[in-house]
Design a protein around this ligand. Sequence first.
Ligand code: NAD
Ligand code: LMR
Length: 437
Amino acid sequence: MAMLQRLAQLSRRSASLASSPFAASYAARSMSTKMTPAAAIKAMEGLQSKLDDAMQKMMQEKGDAFSKNEFYKMVDETPELKEALSKYRELDMDVEWSWARIRSMKAGPLTAPPVTVTVTGAAGAIGYALLFRIASGEMFGPSQPVNLKLLDLPAAQPALKGVMMELNDCAFPLLKSMTAADDPMKGFAGCDYAVLVGAKPRSKGMERADLMKANAEIFSVQGKALNAVAPKAKVTVVGNPANTNALIASANAPDMNPDQFTAMTRLDQTRAEHQIAEKAGVTVEEVDRVVIWGNHSASQYPDISHATIQGKWAKEVVTDEAWLKNEFIPTVAKRGAEIIGARGASSAASAANAAVAHVRDWFLGSDGRWVSMAVPAVGDFGMGTGIFYSVPVVCYPGGVYKRVGGVSIDPASAEMMEKSRLELVEERNAVAHLLPK
Ligand code: NAD
Ligand code: LMR
């Protein structure tokens, strides 16, 4: 799996290679070689292979700690690589269109065994925004082939068929197979990852807890099916109320470790990151360690006590306490309702984006960054057990996450966190009949 991450990194590096001065000079040149485009592509592939291998060797020797300039210096000092680079630059401009293709081919071997991912509610709004991104490599990495298993209700099968036609029409190189099912036992069979989206969304005026009755049963059935046909799967619950649905699914999968189940609070995290970045006048990448505690509901606690902005403590940059309390927290916690009010429909593209980020980090690692996920409570932070509570975690390649420990909690935060815990306990009590002992 380290290799997978390495390949993802490598492809990021290949991308920087592509946007580098040598690629730019390549694009700008009209060379007079007499090669056919096909021969030129082949030659470019060979040359890029040499450069990629050299880059990988350098990564192995130096880890991530080398700059693009260092790489080019090394190329300049190695006659064989220098020649490869110079030949590369001589290739005819007519084949420039193929650059992206070559790059994606060289990002890693597409011969890696495919990851099989089941998406439920595949014919719905989030499904539509999600599937194309999975198939294009955004969820599992640009070199990782995928099998898609799409699960939806019988009535949604005709629409699902249309979505599958569109997926086929994209000719995604990474999409190795795709099947549709209306039976969870078939839809989940053998999947490595499952993204449980299929559930009713709330409409105007509803709270997420109002969805409990409508949706809880789905997750009891799906937990049982996962247990029977995909006991190794890593499961992300998106359908609301997400935390309690994850609890139901996990409780109905006795042979699976509860840690295999997570509920998504990543959308809350990215909402919070945006709000903070905007307030501080910085870019979102400069905001780090924003935490979402608790339930994916209005009781959640978006917390910047541990966050940094451009490496400084966020609380020393955003000092407007009134804004934090009266605007930031409610805006993030109630953003779902605000979007339903504005769009007349629940968030879909941003939810799909969050699902991509959640699963990508779980699969490829979060590079040391804190990310929030609702996971089984284990008694830390005074949250007891028997609920799915969002906490900061760090993910490691291959589907491993570790809770961030030793986070200090001030009294005001503790109060907010407790409010969300109580709501989750209440939700759990409301679905007690679906939680086998
Ligand atoms: P949608 O109505 O557009 O699509 C839902 C799909 O699920 C439909 O195709 C429906 O047929 C299918 N479905 C229903 N029951 C199913 C079952 N038992 N098995 C398989 N498929 C089933 O809704 P949407 O906008 O895609 O939202 C889906 C869910 O995601 C909702 O519960 C919504 O509240 C939730 N959501 C969560 C987050 C989050 O951050 N966790 C964000 C946005 C939306
Ligand atoms: C969201 O946060 O946008 C979703 O959970 C949809 C909702 O009902 O708020």
